[in-house]
Design a protein around this ligand. Structure first.
Ligand SMILES: [Zn+2]
Length: 127
């Protein structure tokens, strides 16, 4: 039986990747509940680290997921054909890594921050 605990995903809003990402996180961490924080191209938002309003919105949602739901894992997602981050594969991966660096600099009370790439077949890979 999966654990009734939460993990957190900072995902793109794109409907094509929701189920794959939720399934991946649920199986990897053996948990029932995935908190979804969605933006178009969230790896771009975090990697550029410029849009204070959006960043604060993400922080507010992370605060609830971590400090009220008790999540100890965050994943940040990039994917193929993202309308919110229209760059090539290499840049997408760089943006995911930069996003992880930024999240780590926020000193969140989590054990793990990972990056996920969703490919053209909607398969999930760890970055
Ligand atoms: Zn997208």
């Amino acid at each position: 039986m999966k654990k009734d605990i939460f993990v957190t995903v900072i995902n793109c809003m794109d409907g094509r990747i929701q189920e794959a990402v939720i399934k991946y996180m649920s199986e990897k961490y053996d948990v029932n509940y995935i908190d979804n924080i969605t933006e178009p191209g969230p790896n771009k938002v975090l990697a550029t680290n410029e849009d204070a309003e959006l960043l604060n919105s993400i922080k507010r949602k992370l605060d609830i997921s971590i400090n009220i739901h008790g999540s100890r894992v965050i994943s940040v997602v990039g994917h193929y054909d993202c309308a919110g981050n229209r760059v090539d594969y290499e840049t997408q991966i760089k943006d995911i890594k930069k996003s992880i660096d930024l999240l780590q600099s926020w000193d969140l009370e989590v054990d793990e921050i990972i990056g996920l790439w969703v490919d053209e077949n909607w398969k999930v890979h760890e970055v």
